[in-house]
Design a protein around this ligand. Structure first.
Ligand SMILES: C[S@@+](CC[C@H](N)C(=O)[O-])C[C@H]1O[C@@H](n2cnc3c(N)ncnc32)[C@H](O)[C@@H]1O
Length: 226
């Protein structure tokens, strides 16, 4: 059950109230996970690629830690913003190159809220091919709620969302709700469905449910493939 789409009038009113509150105390559910990525970088830091880099915030942070950083995005507007954000960072390139066209090997591939825009199975196969042995894939994703467990996590996210908003953005923002700055899409696969694909292609990957309506995936390519 998707708690954001329940039509009961009482739930609807509560959801509208929460939405208005969250709009006054906004925070990025995506940028929130940059700290998790930066705290878990691989030991070798030659090249990193952020797929679907959006406005380039993570690319800019990776640029101080890797020799080369590539950001890719399908959307021309996003690429223009990422180029502007990374102006002056000589080790950064931003392009629209697709996963199938990228060449490796690379030490880190990141994806924040992007895997559900792609064919997950093909994307994971490409990422596995591109990574150096010892290289790491770190993703933050969205999944479609399908089980009671999914709904419980969504409820926990809905409850903690305004609390985290109050901490991160205590002074109420002026104006109404601001639309997402990047192209968005609803996820099709549930957590369990995606987990099965991840396990199949990246054995040993750690996939965890998180607050903020997100999950994380972390996988280090083994040094010796069986
Ligand atoms: C929800 S946004 C997330 C942006 C950014 N990662 C962030 O955390 O703010 C998804 C991004 O993926 C990009 N995208 C969608 N399909 C893509 C593809 N095939 N290759 C590269 N980027 C893609 C979109 O243009 C959009 O900027």
């Amino acid at each position: 059950m998707d708690i954001r789409r329940v039509e009961h009038p009482v739930v609807r009113r509560a959801a509208e109230g929460l939405h208005n509150f969250n709009s006054r105390h906004p925070w990025s559910h995506n940028d929130h996970f940059h700290g998790w990525i930066l705290a878990n970088l691989p030991a070798h830091r030659g090249t990193a690629i952020d797929i679907g880099c959006g406005q380039g915030e993570l690319v800019a942070q990776l640029a101080t830690r890797f020799a080369q950083v590539r950001g890719t995005d399908l959307d021309a507007g996003m690429r223009a913003e990422a180029v502007q954000r990374c102006a002056g960072l000589a080790n950064v390139t931003i392009a629209d190159t697709q996963l199938t066209e990228l060449d490796g090997p690379v030490d880190l591939i990141t994806m924040i809220a992007v895997l559900h825009h792609l064919d997950a199975e093909q994307a994971l196969i490409d990422i596995k091919r591109l990574l150096n042995p010892g290289g790491r894939f770190m993703a933050v994703g969205l999944a479609a709620p399908a089980s009671i467990r999914d709904t419980a996590w969504d409820l926990a996210s809905a409850v903690t969302n305004p609390l985290i908003g109050l901490i991160k953005h205590p002074r109420p923002a002026r104006g109404g709700p601001v639309p997402p700055p990047f192209p968005v899409r609803d996820p099709r696969l549930s957590f369990d469905e995606l987990h099965a694909v991840v396990r199949d292609i990246m054995p040993g990957a750690e996939m965890r449910r998180r607050l903020a309506f997100r999950h994380t995936i972390a996988w280090t390519k083994p040094n010796l493939e069986a």
